[in-house]
Design a protein around this ligand. Structure first.
Ligand code: ARG
Length: 493
């Protein structure tokens, strides 16, 4: 088409573009903003109360605005008028309700500080939900670990039989990892819970705003000092997303260990956490745990999307930021769900102690204990390691303990020209060669012996309770702020 002949069509397209259409809906975040509808109402209320307290708007003007906000809250997000986003739509609804005075609500602020505040207001709750889910899972793991403290089971490295351990020790290891996941979430909460409100577009405002006051009314423990930093910063989303991505990696490891244990017949998952095959009627598949494992992919994808979106953005607001936020919502939701499902799967799983014990000694997995005993008797550990390796080559799977002792004795005679008894007596060795004896001997701090595990479980339980109190304190302080804001708003009724 020549330039002239395309003129008419272009006019039509341009008019359409100005009128709205695809680009308008492409730019709108209104639907996704349902998540911050309540947050925006709180931010509007706190800001309006502060404006009135500072004499920037009149008390009766504030009263009209706050009244209209109540009506908007009652009608819900779906009743909002069209708008580019929830901030604009709520403001329109307020103006529709009370007339131009409603526009005073937006004095001394911008959507830039507004949206940053809303996201932080909501995300801090999501982080506490995620932390609570980790606490629930940790509690479940600790209960199961205590119940299975004596359930001897094969331990693997490189997926090869390595050393006997206990189900209790395996599960407690995940309770330990999850404690750090909770810590990361609480640290992310701390940096999320700071207020950007009152920064306006990025360069502050000519009005005498009280940023500390709105921060307090909204339950933030501090403000973000620099106004340009305050409106731009999304590193709290990176940190929170990073924390849930790390959590998802912990979950995926636990899922795999449980899937393998189910495959070996060591654990039976509750039917609610399994599926059957559409063609093979005998099958019970650990689908819930496979999905938990896959969630790590979602979390890593979200974290990558978030980082890639934020990388290279200059100071202040750029609309790219709108597409950063949903990555964080998605990641925190899916990982919290996965954490809760995993807790259910662990709580209802039944461990088969006999099946576990039957496999615990497979692959001469007690060999390390034999080498340790020889070393304790004075033989250099490296020599002991060689000797036991030579014996291992002669021991068939299914060999009795007596046959194993004989093989070690033969290797000693062969390699050292000495009898085994120079270093350790047969009875001690026989005890160490039994998986249960091997576990009982591993009583160093953090080891699987019942005595060591009991101590570990006490420490893990204490940390669990400390973290649980920390979450409670945060929840209470947010709830108290909500009450305070409601009481302040009530003053204008
Ligand atoms: N919907 C926007 C977001 O989610 C809100 C901020 C818009 N600000 C602006 N200056 N256009 O990021």
């Amino acid at each position: 088409m020549s330039e002239e002949s395309s003129g008419a069509a272009e006019t039509v397209i341009r008019r359409e573009r100005f009128a709205g259409g695809q680009a308008r809906s492409f730019m709108s975040s209104l639907e996704a903003d349902a998540r911050i509808f309540a947050a925006d109402l709180a931010v509007d209320r706190a800001h309006t109360v502060m404006l009135a307290e500072q004499g920037i708007v009149g008390a009766d003007e504030a009263a009209a605005i706050l009244d209209a906000l109540d009506a908007v809250a009652d009608a819900g997000h779906d009743a909002l008028p069209d708008g580019e986003d929830v901030h604009e739509a709520i403001e329109s609804a307020v103006v529709d309700a009370v007339g131009p005075v409603g526009g005073k609500m937006h004095t001394a602020r911008s959507r830039n500080d507004e949206v940053a505040t809303c996201i932080r207001y909501r995300f801090r709750e999501d982080l506490l939900d995620a932390a609570e889910a980790t606490l629930e899972l940790r509690g479940t793991l600790l209960d199961a670990a205590a119940a299975e403290a004596d359930t001897v089971v094969p331990g693997f490295t490189h997926r090869q039989h390595a050393q006997p351990t206990t189900v209790g020790h395996l599960l407690a290891s995940y309770a330990g990892a999850l404690a750090r996941d909770t810590e990361r979430l609480l640290a992310a909460f701390e940096r999320t819970n700071r207020s950007p409100l009152g920064s306006a577009a990025f360069a502050g405002t000519t009005f005498d705003v009280d940023r500390q006051r709105t921060a307090g009314l909204l339950g933030f423990h501090d403000v973000i000092e620099n106004a340009a930093d305050a409106v731009t910063a999304r590193d709290f989303l990176i940190e929170g997303c990073g924390a849930v991505a790390a959590l998802s990696a912990t979950l995926s490891g636990l899922a795999t260990d449980l899937i393998e244990a189910a495959k070996d017949g060591h654990v039976d998952l509750d039917d609610a956490y399994a599926s059957t095959s559409s063609i093979m009627p005998q099958k019970k598949n650990p689908d819930s745990l496979e999905l938990v494992r896959a969630v790590a992919g979602d979390a890593v994808g979200d974290l990558t999307g978030l980082l890639t979106t934020l990388k290279g953005l200059p100071r202040a607001y750029n609309r790219d930021l709108q597409r950063a936020t949903p990555h964080a919502w998605d990641a925190v939701d899916i990982v919290t769900d996965a954490t809760e499902v995993t807790a259910g799967a662990v709580a209802t799983a039944e461990w088969d102690a006999d099946a576990c014990a039957a496999d615990a000694g497979a692959g001469f997995s007690t060999a390390t204990g034999v080498a340790d005993a020889l070393a304790a008797g004075g033989l250099p550990f490296r020599t002991a390691h060689e000797l036991v390796a030579a014996a291992a080559g002669e021991i068939d799977d299914g060999a009795t303990v007596d046959e194993q002792v004989d093989a070690v004795d033969a290797a000693a005679t062969d390699l050292l020209d000495e009898s085994l008894s120079a270093y350790v007596d047969r009875e001690t060795l026989a005890a160490l060669l039994s998986p249960a004896g091997s576990v009982a001997a591993r009583d160093s701090r953090g080891g699987p012996a019942a005595s060591a595990l009991t101590e570990s479980l006490t420490r893990l339980r204490d940390t669990h309770d400390e973290h649980s109190s920390a979450v409670d304190v945060h929840r209470e302080s947010l709830a108290a702020a909500e009450d305070r804001l409601a009481a302040e708003v009530h003053e204008y009724a």
